[in-house]
Design a protein around this ligand. Sequence first.
Ligand code: CDP
Length: 211
Amino acid sequence: MIAIDGPAGAGKSTVARLVAKETHLPYLDTGAMYRCVALQALNDNVDPHNQAAVARIASEISIVLEGSATFLNDVDVSNDIRTPEVAAVVSVIAALTPVRDAMRTQQREWIARHGGGVVEGRDIGTVVFPDADVKVFLTASPEERARRRVAQAGGNIDEVAAGISERDHIDSTREDSPLRPAENSVIVDSSGKSIDEVVAEIVNAFEVTRR
Ligand code: CDP
């Protein structure tokens, strides 16, 4: 079991997918789950700050993660959860404890069903799977993270940088499981490193625990 946490744009998804491939472990993107709750709230015109209403959504929707596809109530929303509209509200929704409780239960069930995995998020090494074999905190400079997001998804660099910094702020100052490196985590700064280098670093750290 490998836990990879870190802020937006640090390269978590790309790196986690490749690490999963090399280690033959299944891959779980927990951010996609919070994005599903946010998408459903937007579709239902629910105020993201309305804890009771958002909690109800989190407990009622069905989220299925298969490979790289995400299904919300049996509909493939893999693209719909990546819009700027979802990004703008997801951190507000993810700060709500009932939402986090519902998602964590599903994450633990997913791991139990798959017998381990490479799990990516914000609180995986700190709260969800503190006993993971390897815990990684993957980060990069704010400038580099904004540049990567624009290269990947387009948009105006200043707006993307502002969105990321707003989300970082909410994610790292919330009361319930704020984003921070877990105890005994390997801190990897990916600024100026190639994807392959970062992947190799994490795979090596995992292999050491297997010996
Ligand atoms: O891909 P990116 O890093 O932009 O975001 P993501 O991993 O899809 O996560 C989207 C948002 O979900 C984060 O900004 C957090 O607010 C929330 N999240 C969380 O609170 N806990 C997790 N384990 C994963 C995501």
